[in-house]
Design a protein around this ligand. Structure first.
Ligand SMILES: [Zn+2]
Length: 95
């Protein structure tokens, strides 16, 4: 194998390893119900309510660890709605 091919294979293996590590980190975070920092494992997680961004069926919430200063985004998916309140005045106008 030439050095170029060896370097390419090494780079591909590194990418695959990083992807597997990310998936493991994801699973671990979800198994902990989002209550432990993915970097240090600490419980001092701070959610910034104003940082939630939704787009279609997906949402992203910024999170920060008070313990080690790590930051990440939680990825949310819409699964339904609840607590729908009808506007009685608007319904009167329609009827
Ligand atoms: Zn941390």
């Amino acid at each position: 194998m030439s050095n170029d091919v060896q370097d390419e294979v090494k780079a591909l293996l590194k990418d695959i390893k990083e992807k597997i590590d990310e998936e493991k980190q994801d699973k671990k975070y979800i198994n902990n119900h989002g209550m432990a920092c993915p970097v240090c494992g600490g419980p001092d997680i701070h959610y910034s309510e104003s940082s939630f961004e939704g787009s279609g069926l997906n949402g992203y919430q910024e999170v920060e660890c008070e313990g080690c200063g790590a930051r990440w985004c939680e990825v949310w998916k819409m699964v339904g709605i609840t607590n729908v309140e009808k506007n009685i005045k608007a319904i009167d106008k329609i009827v």
